[in-house]
Design a binder for this molecule. Structure first.
Ligand code: S3P
Length: 184
């Protein structure tokens, strides 16, 4: 991490079902920050669910909305930004987050992700006959992007509150000039 990085926000990135929204809520409360959930902002602006944006406008339109929001968030202060799982796959979005946020990736294994999402139906990319296969495939393609986060936090064996406390402590230490630990 370069010494001259300026950040006033935390960004949570990682695959669908890794727990970004849940961790984001707890983290925002611990730090007294405001939570911005990019999926929720996009849904409320579009006046429809993400599944409907995908179905009616197509994925590229959703990605454009995501990139517009990422750029807009560059002026944010004191926010925990919980990002949709595909947001950092666009290098411009990742670069944009890096300009103002310390980036934490919640890293979960395909099996744990599958267990968490198998009874949910709101994620269009996982509405396939073989969701576990799709998770493995997408995770393999996206891993190089997720691994560009400042800190990787393994969440397979951590409760969301524990993850949130770890991130809060890591962020405070980093702001105070220390080195952010890389969690296993
Ligand atoms: C997506 C993840 C979803 C949502 C959309 C696409 C992705 O967000 O943005 O369904 O490409 O990984 P969550 O990571 O919050 O599920």
């Amino acid at each position: 991490m370069s010494a001259d990085r300026q950040y006033h926000n935390i960004a949570l990135v990682g695959f669908m079902g890794a727990g970004k929204s849940t961790v984001g809520h707890v983290l925002a409360e611990i730090l007294g920050f405001e939570l911005v959930d990019t999926d929720k902002v996009i849904e409320s602006r579009a006046g429809k669910r993400i599944a409907d944006i995908f179905a009616e406008e197509g994925e590229p339109a959703f990605r454009r909305r995501e990139s517009d929001l990422a750029r807009e968030l560059e002026s944010a202060q004191g926010k925990v930004i919980s990002t949709g799982g595909g947001l950092v796959v666009n290098p411009e979005n990742l670069a944009s987050l890096r300009r103002h946020a310390l980036i934490f990736c919640l890293w979960a294994s395909p099996e744990v992700i599958f267990e968490r999402v198998r009874h949910q139906s709101h994620r269009p990319l996982l509405q396939t006959p073989d969701p576990l296969g799709k998770i493995r495939e997408l995770l393999a393609t996206r891993a190089p992007f997720y691994k560009q986060a400042d800190v990787l936090v393994g969440v397979d064996y951590r409760a969301p509150v524990e993850t949130a406390r770890f991130i809060a402590a890591s962020y405070r230490r980093q702001r105070a000039g220390g080195v952010a630990p890389v969690a296993a």
